[in-house]
Design a protein around this ligand. Structure first.
Ligand code: HEM
Length: 586
């Protein structure tokens, strides 16, 4: 991976997503057609009278020679002919761009979903990403490409080049042997029981320390807040704790918006995607400024990681690290070598950036869409509160002592939940699956066929063919999820016996599928459930009237305008005494 200092924003980086996002080429065609038509009319107005005069003079000349007369209205005929030719060429250009022109920046996901539903889940287009793509949301194709014939479908060089600046040679941006080694190492560290316990403990501690206090302050001051930003800060702090053992403290009662490490990280990893082009190119001033700011963000993140790595190494050297369960400390205890057998700072940097990227955005995005959907579905909120209420009552009976920890008391009185409680919350788990289905944090995946192949649908792919998997669309296909596919219906995830219903991962594709399935899935659910239960139980969340919520087009499905809400403390009856792993009063 290039160092941040010498990284140049290659203009090709922006090209692919520019096209898919804006449908710019198609709009250009429409504009070109209108411009040509206007030019013809303009020329007709200017040149019409002299043309008519010329025809008259020709007529008088040919009359003397005994030839046929030209009508003076011939100019009108020319005009009509020109228009017909232009219209024909316009129709032709439309044929080669099968309707992706409507897939503009504001409606890309929904337009693509409608097109794929019409086409029977898959279609080929020359104009997605500025080149020929086979776009699909068919679970059978997912299964074939991601599982059955996995080795034939790497992410590809182009993908690696686009994300090189962000992810380097880290696990999320590698294929083949390099990916296999990194995956084995990361899997070993992330599935260790010690790390799992550490994850659960950190999630609860962080939520308890930061989330209710921040929201309580917002509630008491009566000011609106951006819940998406709150969740992103929470996830960033938590991920840094899990990766480096350091809480970055981005979620506090008050902060300097935009100046924090979290904001820099967000901009750097692609909240503003596609990244601006090279600053030395022909650019608008604001684009150049963005570009420089982004390089500055990259330098800040690089030095933050370098500092974290140096600290962890010092701790390891002087043995004060013993017992530390964060990923980086565990990594140092194991073999910390790169693919070619060398331990390199660059490799460590890429690995940690990948983990920060993976860990921050997924849970925060899932939580944001959950609260947006819950605010629109009071039925769901009621059901979730009933589940939490039953849990609290069980614990109260078990403990045999009820204490008043109601949120309304002047002394805080917030309640948070531990791992064993959130594990038992089936409806909350089911409710979280719905936003992950309808608004998957990773809305598309990209693959390339290494060798020619035939998909189960019968589609023949040549070697080098590019495939785009549209996860957002898959969650909204009637044939896959039923007639109510666009509705929030958490019951679809619960069996008659009240257990969680398993859906195969090639159908519920939000966490990818084997063998490249997300390594943080379990961790993410613990984190999301801990945070969601604390917010639901302690607060009423209302989206500010008039605030427009819509998905942003970026590699992560953030909300374009954030989620601006007002929160109010929620009042409950008597609750429970806190025990170590039971609802904890603050
Ligand atoms: C709701 C939360 C999350 C969602 C929806 C999610 C989704 C995904 C998806 C779709 C991929 C495949 C990406 C690709 O190959 O292009 C992935 C990979 C990965 N995720 Fe997550 N993720 C979430 C949370 C996390 C967390 C909290 C971590 C831990 C820090 C994590 C760690 C990883 C890693 C290491 C990979 C790479 C796996 C590989 O390539 O073999 N994820 N995740």
């Amino acid at each position: 991976m290039k160092s941040v200092l010498c990284r140049a924003w290659d203009s090709s980086m922006c090209r692919p997503l520019d096209h898919i996002i804006t449908g710019r080429k198609e709009r250009k065609i429409n504009r070109r057609f209108i411009r040509a038509l206007t030019s013809v009319l303009f020329l007709y107005t200017i040149l019409g009278p002299p043309l008519r005069a010329a025809i008259c003079s020709i007529n008088s000349h040919v009359a003397s020679c005994g030839f046929l007369h030209l009508s003076p209205d011939m100019d009108l005929l020319f005009l009509i002919l020109c228009c017909l030719i232009l219209y024909y060429r316009h129709l032709q250009s439309q044929e080669t761009n099968p309707k992706w022109e409507s897939a503009n920046i504001h409606h890309f996901h929904d337009c693509a979903t409608a097109l794929l539903a019409d086409a029977g889940y898959s279609l080929e287009s020359k104009e997605i990403l500025g080149q020929r793509y086979f776009a699909t949301c068919d679970p059978a194709n997912v299964r074939h490409v991601f599982t059955s014939n996995f080795n034939n479908y790497p992410k590809g060089h182009e993908y690696a080049e686009i994300f090189d600046v962000l992810l380097g040679a880290g696990i999320m941006n590698s294929d083949g042997e390099s990916w296999r080694r990194q995956r084995a190492k990361a899997q070993m560290l992330m599935t260790a029981p010690r790390f799992r316990a550490f994850t659960a403990q950190c999630s609860r501690d962080k939520v308890e320390k930061s989330l209710p206090p921040f929201l309580a302050l917002a509630a008491d001051e009566g000011r609106p807040c951006d819940l998406q930003d709150v969740f992103l800060r929470l996830s960033f702090d938590l991920t840094c704790t899990l990766v480096f053992g350091v809480d970055t403290g981005c979620l506090h009662g008050h902060w300097a918006a935009g100046g924090s490490l979290h904001a820099r990280h967000g901009r750097y990893v692609g909240d503003d995607f596609p990244p601006p082009r090279h600053p030395h190119g022909v650019l608008e001033t604001d684009e150049k400024a963005k570009c420089w700011a982004r390089e500055e963000d990259g330098r800040t993140i690089d030095s933050f990681i370098a500092e974290m790595v140096a600290r962890a190494r010092r701790r390891a050297d002087d043995k004060s690290n013993e017992g530390a369960a964060d990923l980086f400390s565990s990594f140092l205890c194991h073999d910390n070598t790169s693919d070619d057998g060398e331990s390199t700072d660059e490799f460590i940097r890429d690995t940690t950036v990948n983990l920060l990227f993976a860990g921050r955005d997924g849970p925060a995005t899932g939580l944001s869409w959950l609260f947006y959907l819950v605010s629109k579905n009071p039925r769901v909120e009621q059901k979730l509160l009933e589940e939490l209420s039953a849990l609290v009552a069980t614990l109260r009976d078990g403990a045999g002592s009820a204490v008043d920890t109601s949120g309304g008391g002047g002394g805080g009185g917030m309640v948070t939940f531990g791992r064993s409680e959130v594990n038992s919350l089936v409806y909350l788990h089911a409710a979280l699956c719905e936003p992950l289905r309808l608004y998957p944090p990773v809305p598309f995946e990209h693959k390339v066929a290494a060798a020619a192949d035939v998909l189960l649908s019968g589609k023949e792919l040549k070697a080098g063919a590019k495939i785009l998997f549209l996860n957002y669309s898959m969650g909204r296909m009637e044939g896959v999820w039923g007639k109510d596919c666009t509705e929030f219906w958490q019951e679809r995830w619960v069996t008659k016996e009240g257990k969680l219903r398993h859906e195969p991962s090639y159908k519920f594709f939000s966490f990818n599928t084997r063998p490249r399935t997300c390594l943080g899935k379990e961790l993410a659910f613990v984190q999301m459930k801990t945070a969601a239960a604390a917010v639901l139980w302690n607060f009423v969340v209302e989206v500010v009237p008039g605030h427009v919520v819509k998905p942003k087009l970026s590699p992560i499905l953030h909300m374009k305008n954030g989620l601006i809400v007002r929160v109010h403390r929620r009042f409950h009856g008597p609750q429970v005494e806190a025990s170590d792993d039971s609802p904890r009063k603050k």
